[in-house]
Ligand binder design. Sequence first.
Ligand code: DMJ
Length: 666
Amino acid sequence: MYPVYYESAPRRDFISVMVSKEPPEPPSKRRQSCRRVWNRLSRLQRTIICAILVVGAMSGLYIANGLMNELPDDKDTLSQRHNVFPNDNVVHVMDQRHPDKDTKANQRLHDNDDKDGEDQKLHFEQQEREKKENLEREEKAKMKPKIADAVVQPEVKGQKESIVGNQEEDEGIGAAGGELEVNEEKKTKGQSQDGADAGVDVQVQVPNMEDGVGPQNAQQKAVVEAFKHAWKGYKQYAWGHDELKPISKAASDWFGLGLTIIDSLDTMWIMGLMEEFEEARRWVEKDLVLKKNVDVNLFETTIRVLGGLLSAFHLSNDGLFLEKARELGDRLMPCFNSPSKIPYSDVNLDTGKAHPPRWGPDSTTSEVTSIQLEFRELSHQTGNDKYKNAVDEVMGHIQSLPKENGLIPIFVNARSGQFRAGATITVGARGDSYYEYLLKQWLQTGKTEDKLRDEYVTAIEGMQKNLVKSTAANGLKFIGELVRGSFSPKMDHLVCFLPGTLAIGHHNGLDASHLELAKELAKTCYQMYADMPTGLSPEIAYFNINNPGKPDIEVKNADTHNLLRPETVESLFYLYRLTGDKQYRDWGWKIFQAFEKYTKVQGGGYSSIGSVKDTKNPRFRDKMESFFLGETLKYLFLLFSDDPTLLSLDKYVFNTEAHPLPIWRP
Ligand code: DMJ
């Protein structure tokens, strides 16, 4: 132990004792003088100084604590520099989105309620952040929904509603989202590949998210599996080409426009096949070249490609599809530069040179009168009337021509504008969709163009009077043809669209006799399947109207093929949807099973067949038509749907290639 130094003080309030192992250093002169000064102070003075020191020390501690909390900790700093804690980064971002939730700076802001300079700055920053977030939210609400947003869990019925609800809430779409009259609209810039008409404003509608729902029951699942099987073959062997040759496992091209992809877009959307949809969308974006030195048929390109793009646009709200549709519309427009304004049947997509078909002088009547829905919708969406004006002029001209009981001959000349004298009158090939589009144009514009409805009604009466007959044995009603003025009991499978159209007409207020005829004809169309050994319909049937001892239906050897056509299942869908009679669904299921049994090709794809009469050898024709995916499977999927709001018939009108287009509000 070493000696202890006593701290002397005039007034000894306390004694400080220092014990040290080291020899003590003598107190410095400076310390001694401080002590002297302190000793000279009064008790009151000392108390005040002590109080000031204590308050100062406490304030210092408080400020230091605040500063420490403002500084990022090591982990934050690391993560910001090296991104090694991505999850924590997410938390950090979330904190910023809710600034008053967590951070000490914000606690201070609210605790002190002190609007000094720094706090005002923080408050201002917070307001700015909130404003930015609100803006972002609003922007997001206006933006197209991501494809993934439309993927809903299909199995659980009722879940759809809640998901739709979330979607609407998240994206700021009102509760009535999907009702056309309340749909928000936004503008996007148009740009064609060659710059033609570039920069027009096009209107994009918020889609009805009810329409991408996936399968809800076993039958729909089976149809989706069939679609996947068809898609698999197409993808593997014919990707980007028009159609699959499923037997030779190769591709075939007609126009070189990827017909199967575009015809399938809305089917995939409705079936909830969003991965496939996205893949197809990428192809449209990167590989669909419309400036192409190829002659295309105006009608086929319009109903399949233009219709497919417009419908995909409407369902997905993806402006890419509208852009492509607009460019295609422009490239098809030269067809209308004819002396009569009845369009030429073909046009070169690159040069714009339009001409009559290679095989004859005339355009087909159903072709020139079945492009209206698509061109009118293109005008509606782009705000450019030129497309609508062109097709309305065609209709106006056809309306001005003399007809027999509203029925039309199947050829019309683009130069003279006249029907070909003596041409066949039929509701089948080359006549069919003229009648379909009379009704559907009336529906498209919200039942405002009554002249179209009247012509449709006149035509149906004309059919009842001139074309509808019954078989001798079982009284099957069918629609025959007038060939050079004489009745022929021949009916194409193509005619089987008519029951569906009649049913929609009745649903929209037309006479009850239309629905009656629809039911009779649907029965006959189904019989065209059921009577055949394969359970599949031939392309053409002849009906026996004279001899009660003979079968109702006869099929000539040249007509035994089946091209996977949709018309019968199309009508079954409409009739089931509009009457609720399960029989239509049962018939559809039988037809589907026959397609599965006789047209499915191992490894992928379905093929048209050569003979519906031969169960041993139906003879694959090695062709999978794009309309099998675009129409047949879509109508089957819709037929097996229990949900009448799925592509509601009060909101949509289907073009003749089964592409749903919105009904406009007058
Ligand atoms: C499709 O291209 C359309 O349905 C058209 O109206 C008729 N032909 C085929 C289907 O059979």
